[in-house]
Design a binder for this molecule. Sequence first.
Ligand SMILES: Nc1nc2c([nH]c(=O)n2[C@H]2C[C@H](O)[C@@H](COP(=O)(O)OP(=O)(O)OP(=O)(O)O)O2)c(=O)[nH]1
Length: 148
Amino acid sequence: MSTAGERTPVDVAVGVLIDGDGRFLLTSRPEGKVYAGYWEFPGGKLEVGETVEQALRRELHEELGITIGAAHPWKVEIVDYEHARVRLHFCKVYAWQGEFEMRERQSMAWQTLPVDVKPVLPGTVPVLEWFATERGFSGPTHEAAPPR
Ligand SMILES: Nc1nc2c([nH]c(=O)n2[C@H]2C[C@H](O)[C@@H](COP(=O)(O)OP(=O)(O)OP(=O)(O)O)O2)c(=O)[nH]1
């Protein structure tokens, strides 16, 4: 049972693609979506009946034109935005096939810490902190976003 004021979270599958040099892929949110221009890890909402891995495979094919190998579940995080409450299922992905195509006219950037793209989506910031912990990185992980 949910208490008054709580919203049911929308499940989102998110891919943390990591290349052979340990760089990770960020993409910018396309025009026309909430937080357009903000940088995030690629992914999207689960459709009815889909698992996280199925949704991730579909979204990364639709958005980036690649076919991913195994998706390794990493962390789950709930974020409350004005527009929605989302449950983000972050999965690490080390293997994929195909050439990257920006099918939604977004931008992509392979990054290490600290990231040099901005602004970073609020729900993406914790991932940078998890990477910092994993990698023994200290100092700011990204540049603070201006208030919206
Ligand atoms: N892909 C992605 N979404 C994130 C991240 N962090 C974060 O808070 N989100 C939020 C933003 C959105 O509210 C939600 C993802 O929904 P979306 O609108 O991008 O998904 P979608 O592609 O299925 O969208 P649509 O078809 O409904 O337009 O999750 C992240 O790192 N990656």
